[in-house]
Structures are given as structure tokens and as C-alpha cells.
Design a protein around this ligand. Structure first.
Ligand code: ATP
Length: 286
């Protein structure tokens, strides 16, 4: 369903602990958005006036959406998620109205995080090839961003904007000027240890209880450690989304459905055979 038409969102239950790796990015988001929302008096005292948001970019499936949700969860702010292409409308003037409505809704539910995924579709570079109506959408969004900055006062709860894109070069440069989305955060593929952390976060943030064949916590930890070693050694180049898919395809979801909990020993074997199958598909030797 289109999130631009949904009612007010509530704060997501996602926190930093749902995310593996990306420590520096979490730190930056904490200082740019979470702390200013949670402790506004500190930021006012020292006279820091940040921009009204950040732009995250990088390859698909590496956690940009997840980070945005965690920012809202950690800030206990409401969350409105919008996909750039959803806002574009064939009727002239409709897209601008949709953009203004999103911000009106955000102000009404402040503190609020507005997440624009695929921002490049909404605010492409304004050049000769851009249609007049697209240029008007870009202008509307810039005007709304500038309005956020000036309306941030001691009395009103803040609205922050997080943009995400795979193609920052396609975005109108005016979006990233100071006072707007003036912090650029690169969200990279996880490295070897990062993959293990992503796996652990995925498994441990699941609400489903874990179990092992010997019925002990040590048994669970042992299986988890073995699965971590697998994604470290065999999943080079995997994104977080790939690791999530691996876990899913490995049948954990099916196990969960059947058993109501994750049998860690079976999950380990399933992940191993799935990783083998993927490695063979990619022409790797096994
Ligand atoms: P896109 O550019 O395609 O929109 P994205 O960068 O926004 O991708 P997400 O939607 O956040 O990626 O990630 C997809 C899924 O992959 C998440 O819901 C989560 O299950 C998993 N995932 C990705 N990165 C991580 C991570 N660092 N820690 C834990 N899970 C992750």
C-alpha cells in the first residue's frame, strides 16, 4: 500500500540492535538526528544547528531503509516512508500536492522522520531535459526542506528527512546544500566480519525463540558461531539483503512456521547447503 496515503505512522520497533555492522554510519546518524531529537536542550545550549536531514547512498540491500527505521525507533519519532516514484503522478500538479501533504502530515506527527527512498526519481538534476512539471516537484521539495529548517524552534518538535539513493549523481545538487540534506553517508557492503554481525543481528532480532538439539544456550551459541563462520568464509560480496535471503532460503522461515522456533542445528546445515549451492551457481569451486 502507498505509504503516502497511510495515516500517521507510529515509531518503528527497530533499534540499532537490529542492524549488523555499519557502526560509523550509526554513530553519524545518532549525532545528526537521534541525539538532537532526544536531547534538544543540549544541542540548543551549544548552539549547534544541524541540517534537516541526511542522504544515504550505496549499493542496494545494504541497510539504508533499515537504518532509517532504526533512527526513528531510537528517537521514538514517528516514521513516514515514501518511495520517490510513488509520488510522481501523471496529473499535473498532483505530485507537488502529494509532497506538501507528506510534510504537513510529518509536522502534525512531529517528532517525525520522513524517509524518501529512491530520491533520485523524485528530485533529478534540473537541466534542459527535465520537464517543467518535474522541475516544479523539485522546487516544492526544496521549499519544504527550507521550511523545516526555519521552523525548528525551542517549542516545536522537529521533522527530519532521510533520503536514500543508489545514484547520488542523479540527484539535484541543491538537495544537498548546507541546511538541507547536508550530510552524505555511504552505506557499504559488509566486509567479512560485518557479514557475521549482520547474520547475528538478523537471527537475534527475530522474535522467534531459538533452540538447539541439546537444549542448551551453549548449543545455540555454538551453532550461531558456526553459521557466522560460513557467511564470513563463503559469502564474499553478499549484501545484508543477500544474507537475509540466504537465511530465509535456507529454510529458517519454513522451520519457524512448522516448529514455532528456529532449530539452530538444522538452520546451520541448511545455511551450509544453501551457501554451497550459491557458490556453485556463481562458478566457485566447492
Ligand atoms: P535498497 O537500496 O534496495 O532500497 P537498502 O539499502 O534500503 O536497499 P534495506 O531495505 O535496508 O536495504 O535491506 C534489506 C534487508 O536486508 C533488511 O530488511 C534486512 O533484513 C537486511 N539487511 C540489510 N543490511 C543489513 C544490516 N546491516 N544488518 C541487518 N540486516 C540487514
Amino acid at each position: 500500500p502507498s505509504s503516502t496515503r497511510e495515516g500517521f505512522s507510529t515509531a518503528p520497533a527497530v533499534t540499532w540492535s537490529s542492524i549488523g555492522s555499519l557502526h560509523a554510519t550509526r554513530e553519524e546518524l545518532g549525532m545528526a538526528i537521534v541525539q538532537p531529537i532526544r536531547r534538544p536542550e543540549v544541542f540548543r545550549q551549544v548552539g549547534i544547528r544541524g541540517g534537516c536531514g541526511v542522504l544515504m547512498w550505496g549499493p542496494p540491500g545494504c541497510g539504508k531503509t533499515l537504518l532509517a527505521r532504526a533512527v526513528a525507533g531510537e528517537s521514538k519519532a514517528n516514521f513516514i516512508s515514501v518511495k520517490g516514484p510513488e509520488v510522481l503522478n501523471k496529473y499535473v500538479g498532483e505530485s507537488e500536492r502529494a509532497v506538501r501533504q507528506i510534510f504537513a502530515r510529518a509536522r502534525a506527527s512531529a517528532p517525525c522522520i520522513v524517509f524518501f527512498d529512491e530520491l533520485d526519481a523524485l528530485v533529478p538534476r534540473r537541466d534542459d531535459s527535465l520537464s517543467e512539471s518535474s522541475a516544479r516537484v523539485v522546487n516544492t521539495l526544496l521549499t519544504e526542506l527550507d521550511g523545516l529548517d526555519t521552523s525548528r524552534s525551542a517549542t516545536s518538535a522537529p521533522v527530519y528527512v532521510i533520503g536514500a539513493t543508489n545514484r547520488p549523481d542523479m540527484i539535484d545538487p541543491a538537495m544537498v546544500r548546507p541546511g538541507r540534506l547536508d550530510k552524505l553517508l555511504y552505506v557499504d557492503l559488509p566486509d567479512r566480519d560485518g557479514r557475521a554481525e549482520v547474520l547475528r543481528a538478523l537471527v537475534l532480532s527475530s522474535s522467534v525463540p531459538l533452540s538447539s538439539s541439546d537444549g542448551t544456550n551453549e548449543g545455540i551459541e555454538k551453532s550461531l558461531t558456526e553459521i557466522e563462520a560460513l557467511v564470513q568464509d563463503r559469502c564474499d560480496g553478499f549484501s545484508g539483503a543477500d544474507i537475509a535471503a540466504l537465511v530465509r532460503e535456507a529454510g529458517v522461515v519454513a522451520l519457524r512456521r512448522m516448529l514455532g522456533r528456529i532449530e539452530m542445528d538444522e538452520a546451520r546445515d541448511a545455511v551450509l547447503s544453501e551457501a554451497r549451492a550459491q557458490a556453485q551457481k556463481e562458478g566457485g569451486q566447492d
